[in-house]
Design a protein around this ligand. Structure first.
Ligand code: RB5
Length: 150
């Protein structure tokens, strides 16, 4: 799968670990930065380009990491076509895709341990949108707020 990943200093170490594991698992990973751990960097500078790549289809799924995952999530959802959420657990990683068509997962580099992050990322990537009528209906109501892209 084509995967994009991005993080500020709060998520830099987790990004590096997840990117290595994803490559080892056979995925193609595009790293949108930061390329170093800079305490002065700002997550929108990396999350916005990643979000645009997800929205355009340049990458199939996105992984955005900041210290808590909150800023990354708020930022990603500003880009039309992105359906992002901060995820801490296995159930939500799967259901977020199956029911809500989540195409970007946001993680907290300071709140989520490596093994839990790896579990939710693998779960997120393995899940597919159900396209069941009730989920399509709900998403169409969400999309009525801002036009659907992709
Ligand atoms: C950066 O220190 C921190 O505020 C950021 O990574 C993130 O947690 C914001 O939500």
């Amino acid at each position: 799968m084509l995967i994009g990943i991005a993080a500020d200093h709060g998520g830099f170490e987790l990004k590096r670990e997840l990117a290595a594991r994803l490559e080892k698992a056979g995925h193609t990973v595009t790293d949108f930065g930061d390329d170093r751990s800079d305490p002065a960097d700002d997550y929108p500078d990396y999350v916005i380009p990643l979000s645009r790549a997800v929205a355009s289809g340049a990458v199939e799924r996105g992984i955005a990491i900041c210290g808590s995952g909150v800023g990354a999530s708020i930022c990603a959802n500003k880009v039309p076509g992105v359906r992002a959420s901060l995820i801490h657990d296995h159930f939500s990683a799967r259901q977020g895709v199956e029911d809500d068509h989540m195409n970007m997962i946001c993680l907290g580099g300071r709140t989520t341990g490596v093994e839990n992050a790896w579990d939710v990322v693998q779960t997120f990537l393995a899940a597919q949108y159900s396209r069941e009528e009730r989920h399509l209906r709900r998403l169409s109501k969400v999309d009525a707020i801002s036009p659907r892209v992709g």
